[in-house]
Design a protein around this ligand. Structure first.
Ligand SMILES: [Zn+2]
Length: 218
């Protein structure tokens, strides 16, 4: 009798553990558990099994933590990349971003050396020289051979850049740039320009905003 009852109890035990049995069944199970060691053990292991979802919650937490750790890692990588981009931007700005050096008589002079017209830059350093070849421009109704030029600097070679390259403070006694044969040039202007402006119809636009810095003595 007891044996038969055990199998019945085993059948309903899961429902009992889930607390979905009727009062009668509940009473029957409890009575049986009270006197049957075997079913009691079965009941306990079943109850523990019910507790497993709680452990699952724990592993869910671990998963969330892992995901968060992954997220943190992504955030860290992103901020490293952002920092690198910023540094690269600063680097590019300091070393490559060119600005026009405003014309000044003390810094920039045009002189003739052995029939060659050269420009001399007396500042510390510069990034580049941009100069046209002698080009024909009609000025006050007279065709002239004109060179337009300008110097550029980056923050690296600008006076404010001296904190970046203090050793550059040594006085360079100017560097020269060969423009053209002197006899081919009537006027030298200083102005920023881009390549498209060198076309004949646009040349006067440059001249209008340019500074005349050298003129062939008559
Ligand atoms: Zn039993």
């Amino acid at each position: 009798m007891n044996e038969v009852k055990c199998t019945i109890i085993q059948d309903v035990l899961p429902l009992y553990v889930d607390e979905v049995v009727s009062e009668d069944t509940k009473e029957m199970v409890e009575q049986h558990l009270h006197q049957c060691e075997y079913c009691r053990r079965e009941y306990r292991s079943m109850k523990q099994a019910v507790h497993i979802p709680a452990e699952n919650k724990g592993s869910a937490l671990i998963k969330i933590k892992k995901r968060w750790r992954k997220k943190k890692w992504i955030i860290a990588m992103a901020s490293i990349l952002a920092t690198m981009a910023l540094l690269f931007g600063m680097f590019a700005y300091i070393f490559y971003f060119e600005t026009v050096i405003p014309y000044s008589e003390e810094l920039i002079t045009i002189e003739a050396q052995d029939n060659q017209l050269v420009s001399r830059y007396s500042g510390k350093s510069y990034a580049g020289v941009h100069a046209t070849l002698p080009m024909t421009v009609e000025i006050d109704g007279i065709e002239k051979n004109v060179i337009v030029m300008f110097y550029t600097q980056t923050l690296y070679d600008s006076p404010s850049g001296s904190f970046i390259n203090p050793k550059e403070n040594t006085n360079i006694q100017g560097s020269t740039f060969q423009l053209s044969r002197e006899q081919e040039v009537d006027l030298v202007y200083y102005a920023e320009f881009d390549a498209e402006e060198i076309f004949v119809e646009k040349r006067n636009d440059i001249i209008e905003r340019a500074t005349l810095i050298w003129e062939r003595s008559p």
